[in-house]
Write a protein that binds this ligand. Structure first.
Ligand code: MF3
Ligand code: CO
Ligand code: CO
Length: 324
């Protein structure tokens, strides 16, 4: 650990005493377990085979065949996420959640898309993202046991039948304080409003406008550094979905498009800073952040949620108390 006046370990550039010193407040990096194996029989995306991306121009509008495959892969991802939610109790480590995600993916004959996904510093080392409290996204599972009162976002992406399905939700660990519950419920509701704004004929920026207006009216910040994305045969296509109003994002929404909406809302600053690992993004003021994500298909009159689990009773997107 650095001394009080030395730069914080997290790479923020701030003094340690102004950053992560407050004991028991901040999430700190833990031990990351050895790489988990994927059997040869499971079909893999390019990064698992070659350690890098193969990128190509993928149409925003998918063929009916691709849509059918995406429906199945997206449902598998949603069922996996829902099952992981049941493990979010005090004492469970995020590495145990990763092991469960990895094993479920393989049992489904799916590849866990995050595993070895190329990044600026190093490939993502695990099969699921686990983002606790002030971690905005891309938290790496490690040996930290979940504590009563934590909130944890788990982001599951599977690759099967040549297509990806991507979904996340924020879960409560034990008894959570009311301010955190409000953050999580407003974030869930902002995704519902974003989905309702995703209609053919409207510009893509209508989605972010709906999310931002609602979040700010409820006193929450909207993270700008991470966006939703086109998805299909590639995990992330070049189509971007901002969660705030971006005037330039005026591509018209069309039936057959598939993309994610995945708003990250904060109780305080929406500014993100990155840990040295090159993945873990936390709020600059260490206030809590929540996120929900669905993979969507644009239909003739709206958006269909592809990442629907068979059992919605235990999934926070459907089961949280309604504010809408
Ligand atoms: N699932 C994330 C998303 O919603 C991306 C995770 S990339 C990883 O786009 F490498 F961190 F897994
Ligand atoms: Co996504
Ligand atoms: Co995701």
């Amino acid at each position: 650990m650095p001394k009080s006046n030395e730069p914080c370990w997290c790479g923020s550039g701030d003094k340690f005493k102004r950053c992560h010193k407050a004991p028991g407040v901040a999430i700190t990096p833990g031990e990351i377990s050895p790489e988990r194996h994927v059997p040869d029989e499971v079909a893999k995306p390019s990064w698992a085979d070659y350690g890098e991306f193969t990128r190509w121009k993928e149409s925003n509008v998918k063929s009916p065949e691709i849509v059918e495959k995406m429906r199945r892969t997206a449902k598998d991802a949603a069922n996996t996420l829902n099952a992981l939610g049941k493990l979010c109790t005090p004492g469970t480590t995020t590495d145990e959640i990763d092991a469960a995600c990895h094993d479920m993916a393989i049992a489904l004959n799916a590849y866990p898309s995050p595993l070895l996904y190329p990044g600026h510093a190093s490939p993502y080392p695990k099969s699921v993202c686990t983002s606790v409290n002030e971690v905005i996204c891309h938290g790496i599972p490690d040996d930290r046991p979940l504590r009563n009162g934590d909130i944890i976002n788990m982001d599951v992406t599977l690759f099967k039948e040549g297509v990806h399905g991507d979904t996340n939700a924020t879960f409560y660990v034990g008894e959570v304080d009311d301010a955190s519950k409000k953050l999580v419920e407003i974030t869930r509701d902002s995704l519902i409003l974003g989905i309702e704004a995703a209609k053919p004929g409207e510009p893509l920026n209508a989605i972010g406008a709906a999310i931002e207006t609602f979040a700010e009216a409820n006193g929450m910040g909207v993270v700008k550094d991470f966006v939703g994305h086109g998805i299909g045969e590639q995990f992330h296509t070049d189509l971007q979905i901002c969660h705030y109003y971006h005037p330039g994002l005026n591509t018209v929404i069309e039936p057959g498009m598939t993309f994610t909406i995945e708003p990250m809302l904060t109780m305080g600053s929406w500014n993100a800073k990155m840990w040295k690992d090159g993945w873990t993004a936390v709020t600059s003021d260490l206030s809590r952040s929540a996120q929900f994500e669905h993979t969507l298909l644009i239909t003739e009159d709206g958006a269909e949620i592809l990442t629907q689990p068979d059992d919605k009773e235990t999934h926070p997107f459907w089961s949280l108390p309604g504010l809408l």
